[in-house]
Design a protein around this ligand. Sequence first.
Ligand code: G4P
Length: 314
Amino acid sequence: MAIQWFPGHMHLTQKAIGERIKNIDVVIELLDARLPGSSANPMLAELTAGKPALKVLNKQDLADPARTADWLAHYNALPGTRALALDASVATPAKALVKACFELAPNRGGMVKPMRVLICGIPNVGKSTLINTLTGKRAAKTGDEAGITKLEQRISLADDFYLYDTPGVLWPRIIVAKSGYNLAASGAIGRNAFNEEEVALELLDYLKTHYADLLAARYKLDTVGALNDEELLEAIGRKRGALQGGKRVNLQKAAEIVIYDFRAAAMGRITLETPAEFAQWLSEGRKLDAKRQIRKDAIELDRLVRFKKIPRPS
Ligand code: G4P
């Protein structure tokens, strides 16, 4: 079953971003470099359409470097868009951010026309960590609970460069089932909203095809290719001693191990989607949405014909 995740209160953030965006020159969207497509919020794209965009692939230390390069090339080829990769070990990220923003909006700068930048990102993408590095202090993390709107933070990165933190929380929005699983695996979705076993099986299904060597090395398995997802989870559980009642594998525990290992990059640096794969998932998701809409329209029409007695269109 696909993961459903509607934390609500998005409309508050939506309204606040809509207000703030009027006076913004560049929008920085922090993405998780392990799942750049799924960690983007489609609502943000709608709200900020037309504004120059800087995509920051954060946590690059956990992601597959070759795939990060592919994603950077993908974004850098889009009009009005620049991309760079970052991680928390970069001591002075401000320099690269400031440079990229001035490239995107070269008409800004100086005290009369300071650069005004909005920084956004779904929870857990590393926004607080980055802002703390930029400000050189440990700012309190607030506003992660639904309904709590953060006080707006303005950070000066130079005399003529202001960075505004997103007002409110930009929750992820799941548009395709695959994105839901990838967001859950990365830690961006609350624990209670998904089933670990299901997420681990989806993760293993992908890793088996794209990172079989890393799986085999981490869990000392020489039969990765011959096992189906369930058998793979069971083999990992057995190897790692996740057993219950004698010799039976505790699949829940095995799933937690797989997810934990992925989050800690214990198998190695992994990226769960390529630009081409994500584009395909998106197009499949949109087709499903369109089909769903046609069904809903047919039900509504039927209701109108039966209860309001409108003539059925020929
Ligand atoms: P948020 O504001 O976007 O919600 O994210 P936050 O900065 O709180 O970061 C979420 C988690 O990701 C934190 O780990 C943080 O340490 C980690 N993180 C942030 N940036 C990077 C990065 O570039 N690379 C890696 N590997 N991790 C990063 P945590 O386990 O939730 O907290 P803690 O153990 O650091 O206290």
